[in-house]
Design a protein around this ligand. Structure first.
Ligand code: SF4
Length: 336
């Protein structure tokens, strides 16, 4: 690749979100990524919602909690974060001296975007006697305004760690917050945010699907809306759902979360059948358009040229780190 092409692509990276460079189609990206991992002492962390090729080159695949734990303990010099922006940002908050690169800077999150820090700050000021528990799917600005961060794997345990009479604001996901209210018997004040992927599952289509597959277990992520959760045989984090399909004796599962997780489900239980739960639109399954902005090509390019990378104001980073540290401590004590 000539240096002028690379320099021009680097100049446009903030605007385009990724290095817009045409790659030689014969390049073996799998081999190249392995080479770069060794040369640069890099680790590839990928979320379960990434496309199968990315999952297959990852050193670690996980949900938000697992990825934050891996990011905290890695000894690599460079973290390649195949996920969305707030996840790579979390890795940077935990690893200020390491380079954190992301395949596409524009890989955002509708849930995170539904909670802008200036609005949330005002909301928090209106409820001075409440503490703030925030789901990890939020920006560094929201994390900095929070007392503790949770993921769908540990939200229940962390909320339970506070006295019953402690007033709590839960942000930004109203569906996860509502579910945690239900299972803990709390009355947390909920920020009105939601994930565009999990809030559009069709109760009607799922009910019909269940009738057509009477032996299938219906499993759902707690970001789904309450009527969908009400008919689920099991509700859990992405990792929880994966483990359930591995251990439950059923041979068929209808899965209400982003379809990327089906790759790991099929790999770990090849004899079982997995049916993605249908959304209310005309699609048969439910992909997160933000997660799917990343591709193997973009992943290779961000590793090779070490851009786009995540940078952050130090004061904001320190304020955002405190509630994440608290989450990691409580999770470790609880054996999560
Ligand atoms: S699946 Fe939902 S919560 Fe996850 S990144 Fe996509 S929009 Fe955000």
């Amino acid at each position: 690749m000539d240096t002028a092409t690379i320099a021009a692509a680097k100049q446009k990276v903030q605007q385009r979100g990724f290095l817009d460079i045409d790659l030689d189609p014969t390049l073996d990206l799998f081999a190249e990524i392995e080479r770069l991992k060794k040369e640069k002492n890099a680790v590839v962390l990928a979320h379960y919602y990434q496309e199968p090729d990315i999952q297959d080159v990852a050193d670690y695949i996980g949900d938000s909690l697992g990825l934050a734990q891996q990011a905290e303990k890695t000894t690599a010099d460079m973290i390649v974060f195949a996920g969305v922006h707030f996840m790579a940002e979390t890795a940077k908050i935990l690893n200020p001296t390491k380079k954190v690169v992301i395949p596409d800077l524009m890989a955002g999150c509708s849930l995170s975007d539904s909670c802008p820090p200036p609005l949330f700050k005002r909301f928090k000021e209106e409820h001075p006697d409440h503490i703030v528990v925030s789901y990890i799917n939020c920006s560094a600005g929201i994390k900095a305004l929070s007392d503790v961060i949770v993921t769908s794997s540990n939200a229940r345990v962390i909320v339970d760690s506070f006295p019953k009479d402690q007033k709590i604001i839960f942000a930004p996901d109203k569906n996860l917050g509502g579910y945690i209210n239900k299972v803990t018997g709390r009355d947390m004040l909920l920020w009105n945010g939601a994930c565009m992927v999990h809030e559009i599952f069709s109760l009607e289509k799922i009910t019909k699907l269940k009738q057509r597959h009477p032996n299938a277990k219906f499993i759902a992520h707690p970001e789904c809306e309450e009527p969908v959760l009400r008919i689920a045989d099991y509700i859990g984090s992405t990792t929880g759902l994966l483990k359930f399909t591995q251990t439950d004796p059923a041979n068929e599962f209808i899965v209400a979360t982003e379809t990327g997780i089906l790759h790991q489900m099929m790999k770990s239980s090849p004899g079982k059948t997995f049916i993605p739960a249908p959304p209310t639109n005309s699609c048969a399954c439910n992909d997160c358009p933000h997660m799917k902005l990343n591709s193997l090509e973009k992943l290779y390019l961000c590793m090779e040229y070490e851009t786009p990378d995540i940078n952050m104001d130090e004061e904001l980073r320190l304020a955002a780190k405190k509630p994440i540290d608290r989450m990691l401590e409580i999770s470790a004590k609880a054996g999560l």
